[in-house]
Design a protein around this ligand. Structure first.
Ligand SMILES: *Cc1c(COP(=O)(O)O)cnc(C)c1O
Length: 366
């Protein structure tokens, strides 16, 4: 018997997430070493040494289940953020938080509104529950068109996602625009503010999303230890919302979704201010340098409040950089051919990328 007529049609037609190309894979293909990856917005400084120590200390306890309530992480983070412990929900990455929202609020006939291009998981988690993804194009500056997104909300809308700063453009919305938008949303629509990159944001009027959680109870802020804390490989993220909303997500999650090592590493990372500050400082310098030097080559870039820069290069640039041993993120799949997203690397990695781009431009690759 074929399963083709049994599988849920919305699952069968899903376009799976495409991760950045792994370094090892490209090194195998090219038969060389020293490949650099500026494709997945990972922390180029690596994890905090304190997180590494915390993980090492626990290796002998791997036969134990983790603390299903993530008590230590919950306590520390609630204190840090000034929210109650039951306003937090933890996940296997922020990806799982998005999935929990979908599981709790979306089904066939429902709609989820988000911007496009934005994080590729939004349509995937919505469609995964049989709901209809509604993608609203970014405006001419590649910023969320919040007016158009509010217009796209109707009686079938259950979830709206604002990715701020936005991946893959690095652009962001300010407090005034966010306020106009949030005030227009019906109370019974879950507003997800995906702040995977919030720690990198520099604009002074960046929205205070946690204040919005208090002001508008159907609001959920999603954050992650993958980017700023350099713990992408361990998988830990969280949501901040009012207790009613976190309560629904708690019911939808697996009991041990944050593993033993991930929780301990996240706690240790929160204690390492120096690693965080160094990451933010180096990133700001990297963003400015990439924009300045790519601009000098005549390559358009966009303002970035995140740890990557969007650049409009030329079709074929992704493969040309691969041949130089440099992995960036191609955006052709987002309908932006010739555009790449460059993660801010170490200064020497940025140097290599810029050198390669300069050479390609001089050779007339454009
Ligand atoms: C990286 C990312 C996430 C999720 O990261 P996790 O590794 O699952 O915590 C969520 N949203 C955006 C916009 C991201 O870029």
């Amino acid at each position: 018997m074929s399963l083709a007529k049994r599988v849920k049609p919305w699952v069968a037609s899903l376009n799976p997430y495409q991760p950045g190309k792994p370094i090892e894979e490209l090194e195998r293909e090219l038969g060389l070493s020293g490949v650099i990856k500026l494709a997945s917005n990972e922390n180029p400084l690596g994890p905090s040494p304190r997180a590494i120590e915390a993980v090492q200390r626990l290796l002998g306890d791997l036969h134990r289940y983790p603390d299903g309530a993530s008590f230590a992480l919950r306590s520390k983070l609630s204190e840090r953020l000034g929210v109650a412990p039951d306003q937090l929900v933890f996940g296997c990455g922020a990806d799982e938080i998005l999935e929990l929202v979908a599981k709790a609020f979306l089904g066939p006939g429902d709609e989820a509104v988000f911007a496009w291009p934005s994080f590729a998981m939004y349509p995937i988690v919505a469609q995964g529950m049989g709901a209809t993804p509604v993608a609203v194009p970014l405006d001419a500056d590649l910023v969320h068109d919040l007016g158009a997104m509010a217009d796209a909300v109707n009686e079938r809308t259950r979830v709206v996602v604002v990715c701020n700063p936005n991946n893959p453009t690095g652009t962001s919305v300010g407090a005034a625009a966010f306020e106009r938008f949030a005030a227009r949303l019906p109370d019974d629509v879950v507003l997800v503010v995906d702040e995977a990159y919030v720690d990198f944001a520099r604009r002074p009027d960046f929205p205070d999303s946690i204040a919005w959680v208090r002001r508008r109870p159907g609001t959920l802020v999603a954050r992650t230890f993958s980017k700023i804390a350099g713990l992408a490989g361990l998988r830990v993220g969280y949501g901040i919302a009012d207790p009613e909303l976190t309560g629904y997500l708690e019911r939808a999650r697996h009991p041990f979704n944050v593993n033993l090592l991930a929780e301990a590493a996240a706690v240790a990372a929160l204690d390492d201010r120096e690693h965080l500050e160094r990451t933010v400082r180096m990133n700001g310098e990297g963003v400015d340098r990439l924009r300045r030097e790519l601009g000098a080559m005549g390559i358009e870039t966009w303002p970035s409040e995140a740890n990557f820069v969007l650049a409009k290069a030329w079709p074929g640039v992704y493969d040309q950089l691969l041949r130089e041993g440099i992995i960036v993120r191609p955006l052709a799949g987002f309908g932006m051919p010739g555009h790449i997203r460059i993660t801010v690397g170490l200064p020497e990695e940025i140097e290599r990328l810029l050198k390669a781009m300069r050479r390609l431009v001089e050779e007339g690759a454009r």
